[in-house]
Design a protein around this ligand. Structure first.
Ligand SMILES: Cc1ncc(COP(=O)(O)O)c(C=O)c1O
Length: 469
């Protein structure tokens, strides 16, 4: 009711303003209240809307006036073309996976788990506890709250085999999500113009961060158990690269997991080339049929720079992650973090720590495993039933996504558009390839929406595939 009245007042005033001279004084709030039989709150809301739209301005103690400068024409930003010059390289502005979902559309394109897969009760309790703690009013140390650093170090240390020195609290740098950590690592350890090896396909955000850092990405083909060590060795030798970005556990988009033996072989190649492995452990909490096995646990010589995110498992709103790095590399990364953001919100760190140290956290993770398994299998079954010409590249042992190859005759951009027109958003695989894609792929996320919609989604995908073939 109030919203309707405020809308009506806005419309009437807009009509009046359209013919009023700049600087004309609006009727007082009291007059507007009387004229529109509305409450003062409703009138104030209408005035705020008009202010936001740039049509009026209020001068405290004097009144509200029609703005003197009104935009009759589109604003001209042409001067920026000259000031900015050409971009260093073509950098995409974002990913289609971050697009909002229109109403009545089934969203399989996005990457974030549904609220029902989050530890909601733990989150709300932790946030209110953190709000009452000193973390709410103090600055966090640059590398993070010591107790949270200790938690990240201890989690990795728990998987370190005998004979390898575990990481320490001082090796941990807390981050506001791992995305900005990737940017820091690429800037600090690789640098503009230098080569970086990357599994292909790989996370679009890593490709984007590398492009933004001016790093030259060299793809290394990767399969269901990771890249071939000989192929990796050849890429190091041919390019002179000193860093390799990879996701050994539940890779986005394929869900691939390196085998134990494979991980050791690949790490040996990294050692032999005096290089860094940038290990992105984004899906550590999303094992379904296996447990994650960080490669960083096998290295105590500072070759592995480990990035562990809590964003998707704790809460996208709390968004905490950490880098574990040793030696001078750690110092370089801290210097970059200082320039990028100085420190991470202490209240969010305190809340994240609270959540992952509750007994309920492990109970939650056990339940999550079952739910992800049920969702993954339902989407696979639905696709088998309704879209049999889409080929699942492998049943992922963990993660949040399925990676399908479509028949080569499919024109991918059109397929994705047609799916959306018919009510399903899927992610075009093109974004996950650092160079040309090796076929027509789509990524389907099984964590983000109500699984009851999976059969309908698969039916639509199958229909669009049939139409397009
Ligand atoms: C592989 C991978 N790394 C990093 C990130 C970014 O994580 P965060 O949300 O912690 O910044 C994502 C997010 O989707 C991801 O898929």
């Amino acid at each position: 009711m109030n919203n309707d009245s405020s809308f009506r007042i806005v419309e009437e005033l807009r009509t009046w303003i359209a013919t009023a001279p700049p600087g004309a004084k609006l009727p007082s709030t009291r007059e507007l209240v009387a004229r529109h039989a509305a409450s003062p709150v409703t009138v104030q809301r209408a005035l705020r809307t008009l202010t936001t739209q740039g049509l009026i301005e209020s001068r405290p103690g004097v009144g509200t006036f029609v703005r003197a400068v009104r935009t009759a024409q589109p604003l001209d930003y042409g001067w920026q073309t000259a000031a900015l010059g050409s971009p260093q390289s073509h950098i995409p502005t974002g990913s289609a996976t971050m697009r909002p979902t229109p109403p009545n559309t089934i969203a399989l394109h996005a990457g974030y788990p549904n609220q029902e897969l989050l530890p909601e009760r733990l989150i709300r309790t932790a946030l209110s506890r953190a709000a009452r703690s000193s973390a709410a009013v103090t600055r966090s140390p640059v590398t993070g709250l010591p107790d949270l650093q200790a938690w990240f170090a201890a989690e990795l240390a728990a998987t370190v085999p005998v004979g390898v020195t575990p990481p320490t609290v001082g090796d941990v740098i807390v981050l506001p999500g791992s995305q900005s950590g990737l940017s820091s690592v690429f800037r600090a350890l690789v640098g503009a113009g230098q080569p970086l090896l990357m599994e292909s396909p790989s996370y679009w955000g890593a490709i984007l961060a590398a492009a933004q850092a001016g790093v030259k990405v060299i793809p290394v083909p990767s399969g269901p158990t990771g890249p071939d060590p000989d192929e990796l060795a050849r890429a190091f030798e041919e390019t002179g690269a000193r860093a390799f970005y990879a996701q050994p556990n539940y890779a986005n988009p394929t869900g691939a997991q390196w085998s134990r033996a494979g991980a050791q072989n690949l790490l040996d190649v990294v050692h032999a080339h005096g290089a860094f492995l940038v290990e992105d452990d984004w899906a550590h909490d999303f094992g379904i049929t296996t447990d994650p096995s960080p490669v960083a646990a096998l290295d105590d010589r500072g070759h592995v720079v480990y990035i562990r995110s809590l964003t998707k498992s704790v809460s996208p709103a709390i968004r905490i992650a950490a880098i574990i790095a040793r030696g001078p590399a750690r110092e370089r990364i801290i210097a970059d973090r200082g320039a990028a953001s100085m420190y991470v919100s202490g209240i969010l760190q305190a809340a994240a720590l609270d959540i992952v140290t509750q007994p309920g956290w492990h109970t939650h993770l056990r339940g999550l495993r079952q739910q992800l398994r049920a969702r993954r299998d339902l989407l696979i079954d639905s696709m088998n039933d309704h879209a049999p010409t889409a080929h699942l590249t492998g049943i992922p042992p963990g993660g949040l996504n399925l990676w399908y190859r479509l028949p080569d005759t499919i024109e991918l951009p059109r397929f994705v558009r047609d799916c959306e027109t018919n009510g399903v958003m899927v992610a075009s695989g093109t974004e996950w390839f650092p160079a040309e894609s090796a076929g027509s792929f789509i990524r389907l996320n099984y964590s983000g929406i109500n699984p009851g919609t999976f059969p309908d989604a698969a039916r639509i995908i199958g229909h669009v595939l049939t139409q397009a073939s």
